[in-house]
Design a protein around this ligand. Structure first.
Ligand code: GDP
Ligand code: GDP
Length: 437
């Protein structure tokens, strides 16, 4: 289920963004369409033959002086090492090997990361190949010559990238539910995890097998083990706000990718923000189960309207996920944290709930009888039947006479009917509309 993560690393101007955009293509506009959420082009889904992966651009703000550059590149590489399964290290054939390249290559080698050395701007293979061999000096194995602009060498390079993907056996065998705790820095993510550990007298054991799991913690609750993925991570001083944000977004993507359920921690003392919406959008796009935990509830003054007013604001800002439950908690006092665990368990169940086709179509028939499907120019939408094809998230295929007649609002209506009948609290539902003549 978890998609591999590939990170692009390299000096400024070697062509990282050009490569990123080329690989992502037009698809980006379709993938990132969560309403109300603006998103930077720093990560995106790539589909290459049968391989699907998440591509991350670790670049960001470019350093102004040569002195800053090495520090900047080290940070990029650290990010990539921490979050990615495979690192594409991009260099520039026109500039040749420079000192900073050696240093970064050494870091990547030491971290024993899977690396693909990509030599960009090889716009003419015949002429420029001799210059490519110089990059063997980096000690990273075969250089893959490409031209991002000319779209040359991309197939061979991606073959190599995808050949390095993990087999995914560890994750597949590990049946413990995985829960990512996400949210802005200082929202209280670590505090919540620590408190959950304490409150429930849990057994903390090592999570073996995978490479990126330094921050994972196994927790036992009611006789069942859960794995928590913390995204709190390193805190760096004196960093530009945009860099911190990029880092925390990429980290969130990486954690959400590996999770079944996501707990979004919101700082009650700050209220809900655009950054919270961005983070929530990542979980929504990836179809994860979702709980909104408004933390530091101890720290704000309350009267009998506070809960409903706060909820309203959250619902407004996160209007794309009405299915998520909102809980008001405090990591400091432990208020409602046991309830959070119960909620997580409910969402886990709902996220993999399967509804039999027969029952589903009873609901469908009833729904269609209550509200006629839309029509256009005398032609009415006919819905033949519906079936659930997968879980995590629950995904339904609806067979119709003409896809164009299936308005978003009618799909939403059917979704509401399904939710009325079966609950599905905390999980997004996915609908695929198919035509049957
Ligand atoms: P980044 O700073 O690493 O993200 O680099 P950019 O993607 O912004 O590219 C820097 C410059 O290199 C731009 O002027 C690009 O047009 C150019 N560039 C990128 N890829 C290629 C390529 O394959 N061939 C050539 N000739 N130029 C390229
Ligand atoms: P993280 O960056 O999201 O992991 O946030 P931390 O768990 O490190 O918490 C950030 C700050 O908020 C720390 O000073 C915590 O003591 C404080 N904090 C966390 N949870 C609560 C809470 O429920 N109530 C109050 N009053 N403070 C909290």
């Amino acid at each position: 289920m978890a998609k591999p993560i590939v990170a692009i690393v390299g000096r400024p101007n070697v062509g990282k963004s050009t490569l990123f955009n080329m690989l992502v293509g037009e698809r980006l506009s379709i993938v990132k369409d969560t309403p109300g959420v603006t998103r930077d082009r720093i990560y995106a889904d790539v589909n290459w033959l049968n391989y699907h992966f998440t591509l991350m651009d670790t670049g960001g703000i470019e350093p102004e002086t040569n002195n800053q550059m090495l520090r900047h590149m080290r940070e990029q590489a650290e990010m990539a090492i921490e979050m990615a399964d495979v690192v594409m290290f991009v260099v520039d054939v026109k500039q040749g090997v420079v000192d900073a390249d050696y240093k970064v290559a050494e870091m990547l080698r030491k971290a024993q990361k899977k690396i693909v050395l990509v030599v960009n701007k090889v716009d003419n293979f015949d002429k420029l190949m001799p210059d490519v061999y110089e990059f063997y000096n980096l000690g990273l194995g075969d250089p893959y010559p490409i031209s991002s602009i000319g779209k040359l060498g991309i197939g061979d390079m991606l073959d190599e990238v995808t050949a390095l993907f993990p087999e995914n056996e560890d994750d597949a065998e590990d049946e413990r539910p995985r829960i990512a705790i996400v949210g802005k820095p200082n929202a209280g993510k670590s505090s919540i995890i620590n408190k959950l550990l304490g409150e429930n007298r849990v057994i903390v054991s090592d999570v073996a097998g995978t490479t990126r799991d330094a921050v994972d913690t196994a927790v036992k609750w009611n006789g069942k083990e859960y794995v928590f993925i913390d995204t709190a991570g390193l805190r760096r001083k004196n960093k530009i706000k945009e860099e911190i944000e990029r880092y925390s977004i990429l980290r969130t993507v990486s954690a959400v990718e590996r999770a079944d359920v996501v707990v979004l921690v919101i700082d009650a003392t700050e209220g809900i923000t655009e950054q919270d919406a961005k983070i929530a959008g990542i979980a929504h796009d990836r179809g994860r189960g979702m709980i909104i935990a408004v933390n530091k509830w101890d720290a704000i003054e309350k009267d009998n309207k506070t809960v409903s007013e706060f909820s309203k604001k959250v619902r407004n800002t996160l209007s794309f996920m009405p299915y998520a439950e909102i809980m008001f908690v405090s990591a400091l006092t432990g208020q409602r944290l046991p309830k959070l665990f119960e909620a997580i368990e409910v969402v886990i169940q709902n996220h993999s709930l399967r509804i039999a086709t027969g029952v589903l179509n009873e609901i469908l028939t009833e729904a269609v009888a209550m509200q006629q499907p839309p029509s256009d120019k005398g032609r009415r939408l006919k819905i033949y039947y519906m079936t659930q094809v997968s879980v995590k998230p629950p995904t339904f295929v609806i067979f119709v006479n003409d896809k164009r007649l299936m308005h978003f609002s009618y799909t939403r209506y059917l979704e509401n009917k399904i939710r009325e009948a079966f609950g599905f609290a905390g999980t997004p539902l996915k609908f695929i509309i198919r035509e049957r003549k």
